[in-house]
Write a protein that binds this ligand. Structure first.
Ligand SMILES: Nc1ncnc2c1ncn2[C@@H]1O[C@H](COP(=O)(O)OP(=O)(O)OP(=O)(O)O)[C@@H](O)[C@H]1O
Length: 254
C-alpha cells in the first residue's frame, strides 16, 4: 500500500520539552495509534503533522507534498483533525460547527440542501440525530466530542487525525466511534489517533507508535509493542498483559 503521510526526523522544542526525530508513516487503509504517558508528546506530534505548529527541523509529507509548501486548502482537503481541546469563542450551533470544519473546501459559503442532508447523515453516524440546532456549548463533553467527529466525517478527507480518540466518551460511545473509523479504513481512509486507552488501540490499530519523553521508543503491531517489558518501560509501572480470549490481542490490566 502507498504511503500517504510521512514524517522525516521531525524535531520540535517547547521551553521544557523536546520532541526528537519523529518518523511516522501512514498508508491507505491504516489505523495507526500513538500511545504514551501524559506529556510524552502525542498532541505535539499531531499538531506538527497538521501544520498547527512548525517543526524545528525535519519534514512532513502528505500525499508526497512537503507540508511546508502546502496551502491550508490542500491540507483541509486531505486531512481532518479532531483536536483534544476545542472551545469556540462564539455561540455556534452544531450545524455551524460541522460546516465550519469544511469551509475551506466549500465552493460557496451559503448552506445548500445537499449540505444539510449531509450534516444530518454525519450526525446520525455519531448518534446525534436532531442535534443540528442545539448550541454547541450546551452539549455534554462526550456529545461535543461526537460533533467534532461528525465534522471530520463531513469534511470527507482521506486522512483523519484524532487527538485522544476516546476523550470524554463512555465505553459504549468510544467503541461506536472507533468502529465507525475502523469501517472507514476498510473503504481506504486512513486514521492516525492518539490513545490513552491502550486496550482499544490494541484491538483496532494495525500499527502502534509508543512515545516517551518526546522520543519514539517502540513501534510495530500491537502484539510487537504491547508486552510486559515495553509497557513497564513506557509507563514506569508493572502491569499484567493478558491475551484476549476471543479476539487474540494483548490486553493491559492491573
Ligand atoms: N504551548 C506549550 N508551551 C509550552 N509547553 C508545552 C506547550 N504545549 C505542550 N507543552 C509541553 O510539551 C509536553 C508534551 O505535551 P503534549 O501535549 O504533546 O503531550 P501528550 O502526550 O499529548 O500529553 P497528554 O497525554 O497529557 O495529552 C508537555 O510537557 C507539555 O507541558
Amino acid at each position: 500500500m502507498k504511503t500517504i503521510l510521512e514524517t522525516k526526523n521531525i524535531c520540535f522544542e517547547y521551553e521544557n520539552f523536546k520532541l526528537k526525530n519523529i518518523n511516522i508513516s501512514l498508508k491507505h487503509g491504516d489505523f495507526v495509534g500513538i500511545i504514551g504517558p501524559n506529556g510524552s508528546g502525542k498532541s505535539t506530534t499531531l499538531k506538527l503533522i497538521t501544520k498547527l505548529i512548525k517543526p524545528k527541523s525535519g519534514k512532513v509529507f502528505i500525499f508526497g507534498k512537503n507540508l511546508e509548501k502546502a496551502s491550508r486548502s490542500f491540507i483541509a482537503s486531505k486531512v481532518s483533525f479532531v483536536r483534544q481541546e476545542f472551545n469556540p469563542t462564539f455561540e455556534f450551533k452544531v450545524k455551524d460547527i460541522i460546516e465550519l470544519g469544511a469551509i475551506h473546501i466549500k465552493k460557496s459559503f451559503f448552506n445548500t440542501v445537499n449540505d444539510s442532508s449531509k450534516i444530518k447523515k454525519c450526525l446520525a453516524m455519531v448518534e446525534l440525530t436532531g442535534y443540528e440546532n442545539r448550541y454547541f456549548s450546551t452539549l455534554s463533553g462526550g456529545e461535543q466530542r461526537r460533533v467534532l467527529i461528525a465534522r471530520s466525517l463531513f469534511q470527507e478527507t482521506p486522512i483523519i487525525i484524532v487527538d485522544e480518540l476516546t476523550a470524554h466518551l463512555d465505553i459504549s460511545h468510544a467503541i461506536q466511534i472507533v468502529e465507525i473509523l475502523k469501517k472507514l479504513t476498510e473503504s481506504g481512509k486512513s486514521i492516525l489517533a492518539a490513545f490513552h486507552n491502550i486496550n482499544i488501540a490494541s484491538k483496532y490499530c494495525n500499527y502502534l507508535y509508543a512515545l516517551k519523553d518526546g522520543e519514539l521508543i517502540f513501534q510495530g503491531t500491537p502484539k510487537d509493542v504491547i508486552n510486559k517489558e515495553n509497557i513497564k518501560k513506557l509507563y514506569n509501572k508493572e502491569f499484567y498483559i493478558l491475551n484476549h480470549p476471543v479476539y487474540n490481542y494483548p490486553v493491559v490490566t492491573v
